[in-house]
Structures are given as structure tokens and as C-alpha cells.
Ligand binder design. Sequence first.
Ligand SMILES: [Zn+2]
Length: 155
Amino acid sequence: MKNRKNLSAADKELMDCALSALKNAYAPYSHFAVGAAVRTATNRIYLGANLENASYGLGICAEVAAICAANTAGDFNIIEIAVIGQSLSPENLNMDSIVMPCGRCRQIILEAGQVSGGGVKVIASNASLTMISKTDIEKLLPYGFGPRNLMRLDK
Ligand SMILES: [Zn+2]
């Protein structure tokens, strides 16, 4: 377990970007804001925030938004993603736990990692950046089904 002080400068930057994105979350229903930032092999960073909808099932996770931003820019070689979540609900403001990507996001991150060929590092944190976990998508989704299974990659 790390905190912000013992992260590399690159990881601090990515976490700060995710925290910045979190501030733009549109979460009027869950009152749970999530920010994400992805770094690509070109060393560019793309941001995403969760976007909820009155039709609840249509909500978009921050991780998906960030990955879509990278792909839309033609920069899909994602090597790392940072995720931060924070409750905005008054009764839960003291909740400060690490927020990991949901199952759907893990699948989408796995796809990006298999396409890049190098996997994706996942840094997840609580909102105060005092508890930070850094791992690999292959550990968060072991034996995951991906493009390799469809033999659509040379890597
Ligand atoms: Zn998700």
C-alpha cells in the first residue's frame, strides 16, 4: 500500500489528473464521483469522469470515458490507468476507501492491455490519496477473455 508521497513523479501526475477529472463527474443519482486518467505509450494523458443518466443502466464509468478519449485521439496504446472515487453523499462523506475499476471496466482495460501488448498498470486510490494500490489488469481480471482468445492480435 502506498500513499501519494511514495509514488513516482509520473504516477503522482496521473493520480492528480484523475482527481482533477473526478471534480467533473456527473453523478446526481449515486452521489459517487469517479475520475480516471490513462497514460499512453506516447506519454499523453486522457481524462474521464463518470456520467450517470436518469435511465440508470446507461451510466458511463470514468475509466471507460478516459479510454474512449484516448481511442478517439487515435492514441489507444494505453499503458497505465489511475482511478479515484469519492462519495458526494453527505452521510457518506467520511467514507474514504480505495475504489477499484468495476467488472465491466476491468474487461475494457484488459482489451486495451492486450491490444497494447504490454498490459496496463492500474493505480487505484481513495480520494485523499492516503491509500493507493498499484497492480496490473491481468491480476484484477485473471484468465480474462480478450482479443487474444479470438486470435485477432499478433502480440
Ligand atoms: Zn466501471
